[in-house]
Design a protein around this ligand. Structure first.
Ligand code: G6Q
Length: 549
């Protein structure tokens, strides 16, 4: 356990006083003074990924103080502790070993005296055989047809990773395969997919770590009934598989454990796309590509564990986030992938970051006295330039951005990609540089505006600038790079959790609403007159029932 006074520590206090001296410094002046600035604040992972973090409100001193804070919080020790399988998820008393899933050199990782690599490799071998058999038509449906519709039924961590990665790697899908994802309990989610597919050609993958999640089990039962109505009960064995840690519940549901792909409680839901939870992806892109993704993540893991903090990409991004969150009072950030295939990355990262670090109690059980996880939002560029970028450029809130951008597109059609690239580079520059009122006035003058018009419009047309961004330049969105990118964000979130002294690996905040829903369900389904909620909830229950009469 760390000492309790995170925000009273020497390194923290130093950053507070540094902020006072630094807060008015303009990035454009820093760039003007130092032609080496970009080079100083750029790091690379092989020829896969580059982080340019020079367009942040930082100096070498800032980074030095931030790294002092990281050292004071014993980040290096904590990294080692996670990778060797210590029970760092203290509220659930669990090891956190999604990293073992991509431990490609197979060094033993011991949990409870057992090398988990043995179990992991056995499941990967089973995934390889099954995904090959489905892809090449050896494992067929009940009526002998090839299974070409892959439907993942899962929610949260059992959905967002596969959805994001499957979309990101669409170019690698086997021809003729279609992937669908059913997550929401809203019947529309099921209906919309079932309308499009033929039961004889469909494989349902029920993805649930606990196999008790009401949304997933309800959706899975609906799909099971739909299949049995069409093909009969014996068809289930050829059309349903399960991804879970809970063999008993899988059996109870009526899926043969032979058709179950296992993972373990040391893999958190939102960190599980590297495990059997990625089966839909493995079928779509093939196990070779799935393993390339693991290799990319492994490369990032090695970088993370072996690189000094000052050059460590996840640590740098984490500490810059801490700088904004805890010293500049900026509790939000945006991730903008400039790549259509990465359009679900912000939704994926939203869970990763906000479920991991949206906490108010520290590992000692004390309420924290400083800000923890920020609000994350985002969307694909250039679309979002035409929506929320107005606020990012001229709003009263500062929103640090991560721009994620591949140099090479999978679809080099005409000059689309150059236009895209020009846009993302322009955004970073515009946010950093801004436009003074003087510059705005000169432009208005050149456009022939009158003095009155210039005086009135120049403030509207000016941009404060000094608005930060990271640029993550990827060579191309391929399996390896995707693995490295996702692992980077996982580690960034982990480091921030260390700084804030919180358990990034539980998610108790999602429980209360679930429990209350179980109380309300029978009240909606039956005649209950004596409702015991607050007056708003009671009235809403009555109004819903009145509408449904
Ligand atoms: C993720 C969370 C949560 C979880 C879902 C689904 O870290 O734990 O999003 O993944 O609630 O849970 P099951 O996989 O158990 O159905």
């Amino acid at each position: 356990m760390f000492d309790r006074s995170v925000s009273k520590s020497k390194a923290w206090k130093k950053l507070e006083s540094h902020y006072k001296a630094f807060r008015k410094v303009e990035m454009r002046d820093l760039f003007a003074k130092d032609p080496e600035r970009a080079a100083k604040f750029t790091e690379k992972l092989g020829d896969t990924l580059v982080l340019d973090y020079s367009k942040n409100r930082i100096s070498e001193k800032t980074m030095g103080y931030l790294m002092n804070l990281a050292r004071e919080r014993r980040v290096e020790d904590k990294i080692k502790s996670m990778f060797r399988g210590d029970r760092i998820n203290i509220t659930e008393n669990r090891a956190v070993l999604h990293t073992a899933l991509r431990n490609r050199d197979n060094t033993p990782v011991m949990v409870n005296g057992r090398d988990v690599m043995v179990d992991i490799n056995a499941v990967f071998a089973k995934m390889r055989k099954f995904s090959d058999d489905v892809r090449y038509g050896k494992f067929k449906g009940h009526t002998g047809k090839k299974l070409v519709n892959i439907v993942n039924i899962g929610i949260g961590g059992s959905d967002l990773g596969p959805v994001m990665a499957t979309e990101a790697l669409k170019k690698y899908w086997l021809k003729g395969i279609n992937c669908y994802f059913i997550s929401n309990i809203d019947g529309t989610a099921c209906a919309e997919v079932l309308d499009k597919i033929n039961p004889e050609e469909t494989l349902f993958i029920v993805a649930s770590k606990t196999f008790t999640t009401i949304e997933t089990l309800t959706n899975a039962r609906t799909c099971r009934k739909w299949l049995v109505d069409a093909l009969g009960e014996p068809a289930v064995a050829k059309h349903f598989v399960a991804l879970s840690t809970n063999t008993e519940e899988v059996k109870k549901f009526g899926i043969n454990p032979d058709n179950m792909f296992e993972f373990w409680d040391f893999v958190g839901g939102r960190y599980s796309m590297w495990s059997a939870i990625g089966l839909s992806l493995a079928i779509a892109v093939g196990m070779d590509n799935f393993e390339k993704m693991l290799e990319g993540a492994f490369a990032m893991d090695k970088h993370f564990t072996e690189t000094p903090l000052e050059h460590n990409i996840p640590v740098i991004m984490a500490m810059i986030g801490v700088w904004y969150n805890n010293f500049m009072g900026c509790h939000r950030y945006a991730v903008i992938p400039y790549d259509q295939y990465l359009k679900y990355l912000p939704a994926y990262l939203q869970q990763l970051d906000m479920e991991s670090n949206g906490k108010s109690v520290d590992v000692n059980g004390e309420f924290v006295k400083y800000a923890t996880g920020p609000v994350l939002f985002g969307g694909a560029g250039t679309d979002v330039q035409h929506s929320f970028f107005q606020l990012i450029h001229q709003g009263t809130e500062m929103v640090p951005c991560d721009f994620v951008i591949p140099a090479i597109s999978h679809n080099e059609i005409g000059d689309h990609h150059e236009i895209l690239l020009a846009n993302v580079l322009a955004q970073g520059e515009a946010l950093m540089r801004g436009k003074t009122q003087k510059e705005a006035a000169e432009e208005l003058k050149a456009a022939g505006k009158s003095k009155e018009e210039i005086d009135f419009l120049k403030k509207f047309k000016s941009f404060s600038g000094n608005r930060p961004s990271n640029t993550l330049l990827l060579k191309k969105v391929d399996p390896y790079t995707l693995g490295a990118l996702v692992a980077l964000y996982e580690h960034k979130v982990f480091v921030q959790g260390i700084i804030w002294n919180i358990d990034s690996y539980d998610q108790m905040g999602v429980e209360l609403g679930k429990k209350l829903a179980l109380n309300i369900l029978p009240e909606l389904q039956n005649n209950v007159h004596d409702l015991k909620h607050d007056s708003s909830t009671n009235a809403l229950i009555k109004m819903v029932k009145a509408f449904r009469k």
